[in-house]
Design a protein around this ligand. Structure first.
Ligand code: HEC
Length: 197
């Protein structure tokens, strides 16, 4: 006890330094890095082949991706989905290549969307796993494609035409373009999973 009292001044100063270090590494440095990413950084310069029926120019496609990112943020998808394949627990077998820091240096990760919870699966390698139509049905009501899903539906992203048909609105289209761009080109090797006993 006496020793602790004797050095209390040292502990106080050490504590203040640690606090300062934490503020620097968790607050100030990340804020400085956000500023360093150009608003167009990392956006695809060409419309991928499977998206050409929807988007005529790279500019249109980029605008859709950014709008999709905004909707992903606004609807709180990040509450239940991470965008980070961890280098542990053989996650690469389930989701594909482990995430690398460079992947986050893009305008689409401002704000960063790593996520903290996984109620649903990680989405960093979602591109090409499902068809656009699957995503539309799933977004409207996840029970249409996954009967026991606990994910909420997002029917307000859709519109009804004059015949009463439900069609994806501009927001649903942009969100699906965004999902189909997540980890594009990074193959998932789900096929390599060893057989379960
Ligand atoms: C309350 C938690 C929750 C929220 C919020 C949520 N999801 Fe999900 N999501 C899930 C769960 C659980 C699954 C797994 C079951 C299923 O496929 O529906 C899932 C599955 C998915 C899948 C399928 C992934 C795959 O390859 O199997 C996609 C894509 C997806 N969600 C996108 C979204 C988007 C986009 C949003 C926001 C508009 C969103 N989710 C919001 C819980 C959530």
């Amino acid at each position: 006890m006496k020793i602790i009292e004797k050095f209390s001044g040292v502990f106080l100063i050490a504590g203040l330094f640690l606090l300062l270090g934490a503020m620097l590494s968790l607050g100030i440095v990340p804020a400085m890095m956000v500023d360093r990413v150009h608003p167009q950084q990392g956006l695809p310069l060409e419309v991928p082949e499977d998206q050409r029926i929807h988007y005529a120019s790279a500019k249109e496609y980029q605008a859709a991706l950014l709008l999709g990112r905004d909707i992903y943020v606004a609807e709180g998808c990040w509450h239940c989905h991470s965008q980070y394949v961890r280098p542990v627990a053989n996650e690469n077998l389930q989701y594909g290549p482990v995430s690398t820091p460079g992947e986050y240096q893009t305008a689409l990760h401002r704000p960063q969307l790593l996520g903290t919870r996984r109620v649903g699966p990680d989405l960093s390698r979602e591109a090409g796993k499902k068809s656009d139509d699957w995503h539309y049905a799933h977004l409207y009501d996840p029970r249409f494609t996954v009967p026991d899903s606990v994910m909420p539906g997002y029917p307000w992203l859709f519109e009804r035409n004059a015949d009463g048909q439900i069609l994806p609105g501009p927001k649903a289209k942009a969100l699906v373009a965004y999902l189909q761009n997540l980890g594009r080109g990074m193959e998932t090797d789900v096929g390599d999973l060893p057989p379960r006993e």
